[in-house]
Ligand binder design. Sequence first.
Ligand code: TMP
Ligand code: ASP
Length: 235
Amino acid sequence: MVTKGKKLYEGKAKILYETDNPDLLIQYFKDEATAFNAQKKGVIREKGVMNNTISTRLFGLLEEEGIKTHFVEKLGDREMLVKRLEIIPVEVVVRNMVAGSLARRLGLEEGRPLEEVVVEFYYKSDELGDPMINTYHIRAFGFAEDEEVESMVTSALRVNDILKKFLDERGILLVDFKLEYGRHHGEILLGDEITPDGCRLWDRETLERLDKDRFRRDLGKIEEAYEEVLRKVMN
Ligand code: TMP
Ligand code: ASP
């Protein structure tokens, strides 16, 4: 049992609270959603509850497969207990198919499968709108050590293999997703969340979007899409 302490940090979709154990934090999932660097704001009804459950299931799956994550346990509807991380300010994006900013940047149509998995890095900065960076920038600005980058990429590619298979068995295509990592007593752990907020998930048969693109692009039926992912992931 842990006791909830004071608010440590409030982000766009989550709040972190301290606990009586300095190594552990409580991660609270909000219903608020933002897109395009918070220029677009809204609420997705019960998103916090759904994302906490989806994240719990997927972190559990990854832990079973030997991936080191910050997840400890689900505490309630909207809260999970996690290990305290010193966040590395680099977002790791993994892509299996062309979509989103990759489609825009290279003038490609969304939905084309990639011959090889693509890994990209973005500098975590709201003010700058998360600009894309590469390993030279990570090294030059000291965001992470070379071995840490290697460990993040190895982990992210394994996460991709595990999630792709798990979701495929449930009729969902894992198009792309974003991961965040941090340090805990010198060890690199997967942090943040794994939810339709930070993944592109398409229905394998209809190619219907079952993720935050429904909110970003005003496609409607947002709650229904999250509910469908929840149902399939818990199956
Ligand atoms: P992108 O195509 O916009 O670069 O996004 C790639 C994937 O990363 C997509 O699944 C959404 C996710 N993502 C986030 O979760 N947060 C972000 O700030 C960005 C830019 C992308
Ligand atoms: N989550 C980011 C934002 O709030 C970007 C996105 O997911 O589109 O701006």
